[in-house]
Design a protein around this ligand. Structure first.
Ligand code: PBG
Length: 310
């Protein structure tokens, strides 16, 4: 009666790693219980999760190395894995919001979030923006409900919003990864999506964990002024102060991403018998909501089916 923060299945967004093939379900070594799935397997799983009361998923493509190039051109093909997944989900009338992670790092041969500048020093921001607008329209054409740009490029929300509106997709929302730190907590994800940078790091476009909270708020202000419908803070657990500040600053839904490293640590502690993983799952997600997140992207969907009632 006196508890304020409760978890509901509809609070969560389920990540899906979609890979080539039929009947494929590969467990990610550093993320036990998380799978790379071919489209057919992913659709069956999503139908089950929708039936259990989960309301949204976010799709990531696991792209064969052979299809990767310096510009990530596979991202623009209308028959790529992410587009195929969304089309199947919609064709089967699965009642879930289809969100897509909009970034080129899963598609580039070098693993960076866009084409590089000539000296390979960093990502070419404006060249990347052009590709991201095309990728966004590609996802919208396949039926995406929410486009979530995660590359931290300057001006990305404005470019994507303008492009979507011009292509008659004004009803498609933009969830911006507005506050994204250059974090070691993303390690296991880069195995899951095969997107580790081949050289260098992401420090020139992701944020410094030691930076001032005002920097996070400036990122949020910029994205809101460019038309973001929702803003994200990532990672979640080590950045509860940031979630809280962003909640107070903005009048749109705030999404937090409990990332792969957070998942891996809880699972590892549980498997070693060092912590009670199920209790830590509920506690960590409760803390993220208490800090101010309206929605949480988490890999714990399967466990949450057991741990919370509806
Ligand atoms: C793509 C992207 C990343 C994650 C989500 N989208 C990787 C990165 O920025 O390196 C990480 C998610 C996770 O660790 O669970 N840019």
């Amino acid at each position: 009666m006196l508890q304020r923060t409760h978890l509901r299945r509809s609070d969560f967004i389920l990540p899906v790693f979609v890979c080539d093939g039929v009947g494929v379900k590969n467990e990610v070594t550093s993320m036990p219980g998380v799978y790379q799935m071919s489209v057919d397997v992913a659709v069956v799983w999503l139908a089950e999760m929708a039936h259990a009361g989960f309301r949204a998923f976010i799709a990531f493509g696991v792209i064969d190395r052979i299809k990767k190039d310096a510009n990530g051109s596979e991202a623009l093909r209308s028959d790529n894995l992410v587009c195929e997944l969304i089309r199947s989900v919609k064709a089967q009338k699965i009642e879930m919001a289809a969100m897509t992670d909009l970034c080129l790092c899963e598609y580039t041969s070098h693993g960076h979030c866009g084409p590089m500048t000539d000296d390979n020093a960093t990502v070419d921001n404006d060249a990347t923006l052009e590709l991201l607008t095309l990728q966004a329209i590609n996802h919208a054409n396949a039926g995406a409900d929410v486009i979530a740009p995660s590359g931290m490029m300057d001006g990305m929300v404005a470019s994507i919003r303008t492009a979507l509106d011009a292509a008659d997709f004004s009803h498609v929302s933009v969830l911006s990864y507005a506050v994204k730190y250059a974090s070691a907590f993303y390690g296991p994800f880069r195995d899951a999506a095969d997107s580790a940078p081949a050289f260098g790091d992401r420090h020139s476009y992701q944020m410094n964990p030691g930076g001032a909270i005002e920097e996070a708020l400036r990122e949020v202000d910029l994205d809101l002024s460019q038309g973001a419908d929702m803003v994200m803070v990532k990672p979640a657990g080590a950045y509860l102060d940031v979630i809280s500040a962003v909640r107070q600053r903005s009048n749109v839904p705030v999404v937090a991403y409990q990332v792969s490293g957070e998942y891996a640590m809880i699972m590892a502690g549980g498997r070693n018998g060092w912590i009670d993983a199920d209790r830590v799952i509920v506690e960590s997600l409760t803390a993220i909501k208490r800090a101010g997140a309206d929605l949480v992207i988490t890999y714990f969907g399967e466990r949450l089916k057991e741990l919370i009632e509806q």
